[in-house]
Design a protein around this ligand. Structure first.
Ligand SMILES: *[C@@H]1O[C@H](CO)[C@@H](O)[C@H](O)[C@H]1NC(C)=O
Ligand SMILES: *[C@@H]1O[C@H](CO)[C@@H](O)[C@H](O)[C@H]1NC(C)=O
Length: 316
């Protein structure tokens, strides 16, 4: 049935009359045009302006990409040596339980062309090009924001966030082998530290760590020692990632995407700038607070040479 036939006869009659009167035809055309413009705006306008910057990414995946995974290895790459990165990925992947599914996702913050992206895909399952802002911490937030509630991409049972080289390998590798298990909630692969609202026992002070505490714990930062860590390499369970609301990750990530003259780049260290923000150094130390693993006893019980179950927070 055509459009005309679908209109009841009594209306067909009226429409024919409108269409045959020149004045009414002009008025009807004007109305039709407005409806068309509004329709076009509704379908393109608001969508185009509300697209988050994250979806402008350039991502390539292997054909055998799996939509779910037990372990994701997520790396932040700038221009580090590819052979070292390949070895780092292998040294981590080979220590994960062989019967579990794994994906390797590389976020590329360097300026690589299509061939360069393909080279990265040779050692991974997905390569995502993102702007070089916010150091490795922004990369990890971007991964979480990208996967938080997408059924098709999904956050892995455990995500291992790391950089292209295995830093503190004598801490990283034994913890991976001896401590990581199915109940792991949060486990740092770098040394633990303690701090009081960002003032740490090594003489460094990052006042924004108090804000990060408040954002994620939804409480005041207490005037007591809280667990922190170094090195930007750790694993966290899906359960703990999803325990924090999406918006908190998105808000924190947004701070790294502000323009160069924003106040966030005026506080902190002399070399504060979008590609190396002081906030990124605060974030590096804050992952235990973000994932609710704050007990300062962990730092006491788990020094660089002791790798046992005291080194992690587990999920109930
Ligand atoms: C950090 O803590 C130490 C030891 O309690 C204290 O002496 C120092 O003044 C604090 N620094 C800042 C910037 O609050
Ligand atoms: C954080 O962990 C503590 C136990 O260490 C627990 O009592 C609390 O409910 C957790 N908070 C959230 C938001 O899950």
């Amino acid at each position: 049935m055509g459009l005309w036939e679908s209109i009841p006869p009594e209306y067909q009659d009226n429409l024919t009359r409108i269409w045959t009167s020149p004045k009414k035809r002009a008025a009807a055309m004007a109305v039709l045009l407005m409806v068309a413009i509004i329709g076009l705006y509704a379908s393109f306008g608001p969508v185009a302006t509300s697209l988050p910057s994250i979806s402008k990414e350039n991502a390539i995946r292997r054909d055998d990409w799996q939509t779910t995974s037990d372990y994701d290895i997520v790396l932040s790459h700038y221009n580090e040596d590819l052979n070292i990165m390949r070895e780092s990925i292998e040294s981590v992947r080979s220590r994960l339980p062989s019967t579990h599914s794994k994906r390797v996702i590389i976020y590329s913050k360097g300026s690589v062309d299509q061939d360069g992206l393909q080279e990265l895909l040779d050692m991974s399952d997905e390569v995502v090009q993102i702007p070089n802002v916010g150091r490795e911490g922004e990369t990890y937030l971007s991964h979480i924001v990208r996967h938080y509630d997408t059924a098709s991409t999904n956050i892995a049972g455990h995500t291992i966030f790391m950089q292209p080289h295995v830093a503190w390998w004598w801490v990283f590798l034994p913890r991976l082998e001896k401590v990581l298990d199915k109940n792991t909630g949060f486990l740092s692969f770098g040394p633990y530290i303690t701090h009081i609202c960002g003032n740490d026992t090594h003489g460094q002070f990052h006042p924004r760590m108090a804000d990060i505490y408040s954002m994620f714990q939804m409480d005041f930062c207490p005037p007591e020692p809280v667990l922190g860590t170094w090195a930007g390499q750790f694993t966290v369970s899906r359960h703990r990632i999803l325990e924090n609301p999406f918006k908190v990750y998105a808000n924190l990530r947004q701070k790294f995407h502000e323009p160069k003259d924003h106040w966030i780049f005026k506080e902190g260290w002399w070399n504060n700038e979008p590609s190396n923000p002081t906030l990124g150094h605060a974030l590096e130390r804050s992952w235990p607070m973000i994932f609710n693993c704050t007990d300062p006893l962990i730092e006491k019980q788990c020094d660089e040479n002791v790798q046992n179950s005291h080194c992690q927070c587990t999920d109930g």
